[in-house]
Design a protein around this ligand. Sequence first.
Ligand SMILES: [Fe+2]
Length: 249
Amino acid sequence: MGAPTKLARPLQCVRSADLPWEVLGTHGLKRRLLGHDPESGHVTNIVFIPEGWHGGGVAHFHDAFEEVYMLDGAVTLDGDHYFRKGVYFYRPAQVVHGHDERSETGALALVRSDGALVLNLVHQPEQPVEYPRPGHGDPRGHVFETRVASVAAEADAALHADWKAKPLSADPVTGARTFEAIVPAGWQGIAPALGQPWEAYVLEGDLSGARESWQAGDYTVGDADTPLLGTVSSTAGARILVMTFGERA
Ligand SMILES: [Fe+2]
């Protein structure tokens, strides 16, 4: 078990493929720790679910939100509905889920939360599928599932005029948001600062900056005034998963 990766500086390149796998629990899950902020508790992982996986089989909820982008494979949490490659979901704290967790094919997912995902077990769930407990009140709401390919790409005032964004979730109180940024092939320019701290994971393509170059699987963070990935050009174009931190209410 390595120490948590606390990134020393914005734009430090974390190549996820080079990170060690850490075993999670006793059911075969593994993770690569991309980023961890001890102050806020935020943690961002790549989670590997093995073929033929069976979870603990007990419904539960967490005291932290859980935000997931499915990178590969498929997994069910209730024994019926499958989350498949290319879907995004945002599950607020206090939402009961995990009634029957399985994956026949295995899966790979980017998982982000604002604290440790401790299991609070619910032995007699009120409903057979995912549902909120009383008192759940995340202004971002519960995004059960969004197929990212079907989200319309639109102009975004925070991004370069040539880029587009697919909005995935947003907190109207703090301004925190998650979106996919799309950079066209052959682009040259100056990437925007977002006015909020951010973390980003390159889903596809290539990007070049003054000192860095990025490819699929790379992760980094930035401050409010750090240009997104410090990028100035892209040969093949790119899709970037961007997650910003809003202002504390
Ligand atoms: Fe869970």
